[in-house]
Design a binder for this molecule. Structure first.
Ligand code: PGA
Length: 253
């Protein structure tokens, strides 16, 4: 972790959570956070859109923040089924994930769409959690840095600052697979992204870079111990309150 930077632990629930289990999970984490007002890591939960309003209410003043998993680039209009960044902000969300590999794949979102979504997040006053990462073939072909560098170049809008943008490095092959890169590989990519951010964003060297992809309680400590890893974007393991809290504790140092 970067000592001067506040770590961020974000939970990406994906398409999981009904009112019963989802709200119980928000409540369990909010109750824990409320007893720890001095807790170092920032906590962001990204439940499905259907639970956002209730999640914001339950999170209350606990310190737990709530984010969307996606937003449309436009503020409003004829886009059936979509949700704008302004709508997320209106609910009380503070963050939104953009460019997750599952959206890039399922909805054919390209880098320029992702960039427009990040811009929309900034326009609405949200912090964008901008995801990037390489495929297994790119990793095996030695193209990882090339791929993530290009994604960063194309997806990062001019409006990005360390305050309104968090980068999440998520190797696609590590997501949901139980496999993670070696710590040296994580360190290499994060160092590279740190340098590129320094060139591409004012004060970019201070921006947070999260690792995501099969992060879980058993590996959180070692991942967070890697230089330039400023937090975690957690999928499956964020659906269990106890385990997710252990990961938050791991970031508390
Ligand atoms: P995972 O997902 O932790 O279940 O691998 C991470 C993500 O996709 O953000």
């Amino acid at each position: 972790m970067t000592p001067s930077v506040r770590p961020l632990i974000a939970g990406n629930w994906k398409m999981n959570g009904l009112k019963g289990d989802g709200l119980a999970l928000v409540k369990a984490l909010a109750d824990k956070a409320a007893t720890r007002p001095d807790l170092r890591p920032e906590i962001v939960l990204c439940p499905p859109a259907t639970l956002l309003a209730l999640a914001v209410q339950l999170a209350g003043s606990s310190g737990v923040k709530v984010g969307g998993q996606d937003c449309h680039a436009q503020a409003k209009g004829a886009h059936t089924g979509d949700i704008s960044a302004e709508m997320l902000a209106d609910l009380g969300c503070s963050h939104v994930i953009v460019g997750h590999s599952e959206r890039r794949e399922d909805h054919k979102e390209g880098n320029l769409t992702v960039r427009a979504k990040a811009e929309a997040a900034h326009r609405a006053g949200l912090t964008a959690i901008l995801c990037l990462g390489e495929s297994a073939e790119e990793r095996e072909g030695g193209k990882t840095l090339d791929r993530v560098g290009r994604q960063l170049d194309f997806c990062l809008p001019r409006s990005a600052t360390p305050a309104n943008t968090v980068i999440a490095y998520e190797p696609i092959w590590a997501i949901g697979s139980g496999r993670i890169p070696t710590l040296d590989e994580v360190a290499e990519v994060h160092k590279f992204l740190r340098g590129r951010l320094g060139e591409r964003m004012k004060d970019g060297a201070a921006a947070r870079i999260l690792y995501g992809g099969s992060a879980k309680p058993a590996n959180a400590g070692e991942l967070l111990g890697v230089k330039d890893v400023d937090g975690l974007l957690v999928g499956g393991a964020s659906l269990q309150a106890e385990g997710f809290w252990q990961m938050i504790e791991a970031a508390a140092g």
